[in-house]
Ligand binder design. Sequence first.
Ligand SMILES: [Zn+2]
Length: 290
Amino acid sequence: MIKAIDIHVHPHDEEAIAAKGARNQQMAKYFGKKTQATSLDELADRYREKEMMAVLLNSTDESSSGIKPVPNDHIADAVKRNPDVFIGFGAVDPWQGRVAVDEAKRCAEELGLRGLGELNPGRQGFYPNDPHFYPLWETASEHGLVVLLHGGMMGSGAGTPGGMGFKLKYTRPIPYVDDVAADFPHLKIIAAHPSWPWQEESLAVARHKSNVYIDLSGWAPKYFPPQLVQYADTILSDRVLFGSDWPVLDPDRWLGEFDQLPIRESSKKKILLENACKLFGIELEDSEAS
Ligand SMILES: [Zn+2]
């Protein structure tokens, strides 16, 4: 019996914290809070208690940072131990070319992961629509892997001189996400976050291309602009997904504020649960929307 699926959850155990390198302290400072390491099994327990599932996202920017990511096997193992709670996404660094393509295949075929991401074009420094990366999208499409791409303003590097060298230009929805969605119509793409300051572009891409979803993570719902709320309740109610961005934003806070928004109950149910169930082929018979 699940009530909601949190589509955007970052591992924050000892392994994930080590892989963040200097960004861990920078992020804690920027968001004004220090978060304790939480083992993946403890995290699973928390979601289980709330009768929620969570999509665990792995990420890497090894090509630019030189830091080895958490192995995707670590995520896959957590999913295997907690199949009632976790859905896993694997990390790939698009700059690694063939290695990234092979890892994507391994994620799907051997590890049982359901997607790739969070890919962060800003942190990883790539334009998703560069044909150089098309073999990766092709592989994801062929294997039914959902690709989750960070959009817009990012916490990584924020508040530091030079933003740790990360450039926001890569995170713009049009043309970078729009092109990929057009060229790979069978590839399911999640444009993560409201994509500020390009929210309208993200809404337009999702409106235009039915293989694009928007997750509402990383922003406190009480600050959602009226247009985002309106679209989520109407023409995009089938394509908007609940995500918290934990540990940056607590799911309880997100859900509490979301509940206050002027969105119809039927749309809320879709956003919190039904859309994600459809995306991952989860049968709603054995779950119950609240
Ligand atoms: Zn993100």
